[in-house]
Design a protein around this ligand. Sequence first.
Ligand SMILES: Cc1ncc(COP(=O)(O)O)c(C=O)c1O
Length: 399
Amino acid sequence: MRAVNHWDHWIEEELGRMAEQDLTRELRVVTESAQPVCLHEGKSLLNLSSNNYLGLAGHPQLADAIRQAIERGAGAGAPSSRLIVGHEEETARLESELANWQESEATLVFGNGYMANLGVLSSLLGRGDAVFSDRFNHASIVDGIRLSGATHYRYRHRDVDHLETHLKKADQKGIGRKVIVTDAVFSMDGDLAPLQEIVYLKERYGAALFVDEAHSVGVIGAQGRGLAHELGIAEQVDLHMGTFSKAFGVYGAYVAGRREWIRYLIHTARSFIYTTALSPVIISAIRRSLQLVQQGDLLRQDLARKCLYFREELSQCGFRLTHSMTPIIPIVLGESSTTLQFSRRLVECGILAVAIRPPTVLRGEARVRFSLMASHRDGDVQEAIRKIGQIGHECKVIT
Ligand SMILES: Cc1ncc(COP(=O)(O)O)c(C=O)c1O
């Protein structure tokens, strides 16, 4: 037998420590994961954990687009990064369709949202610059900031006064290059960034503004253009990021903005330059999905109606909700152990909803995060609310 080395020992200890704090995570095998009801170990589970908000991941038109792309001879994989061999016509068409939809001068497709955030932040910012970031921004934003080496000013969640205090501090230090970055919809709370106030501060203090619309494109506003468009301030946002992995039901991401900014990213964003392009088959599916997203106003209305009902019912049961305005609807339970127990009971009762624990959320703020899809049946949602309430009583988190 191989001797246990120092690293094996350390990893075992770390995993043991996580288990003691109820922070262990498991990978689960599921089938039919694009559907509102999926299967796990032969059991049907109502999928209340998916980012596939409009139900497009399982849409027959996307399967058609993929089939047609293969029949046209599109490869399963791209030949290289885009700056080496180049890209197919489909990619150029997609980027111009995205620009039309976003009413921006140009867009650039990235491998995924994580890479887009890393690329944008590390190419705009460097040592000596300042970045102002909501404390609850997504991990990919935090990692992009780390990679940039810029001074990181974290402001309290949605607190524009705190943001302004930091902007003033940076001005006093004579820092000229400033970027404000925020999620439009916060992924663990489902609430919205105060974008209008942020735009006011960005202009007052001469900062650039980068908005991550991962959970808002496809879900918010006419044609699913996202929160900045819905608020009428899209032009004041310098760069927008949106993913294709959530409401679009595919994979990948884009950044939209002024032409020269996008040209600059092509020259400097390392997570764009040093990686193979998205598969042409995926690009075709994204193009089809963009059409469905643009035509999806009725789906969005139906989703919004379901979300309102779900939030109101859970609140009436006595659960502590966040200020969610979106299909992300968490109930905050506090301790990781209670949250884990709650989530396990949900699975036993046929509901898939994960326990979100530190470090993803703050200590003492562990939660079960539900997310709704337009394709959920009303009857299934009603039945889920009944079961969630019952488990709430069992676990003594409501009275
Ligand atoms: C707010 C936010 N930004 C970025 C990402 C990363 O996007 P992707 O899944 O496309 O990498 C996610 C989710 O994963 C997210 O929730």
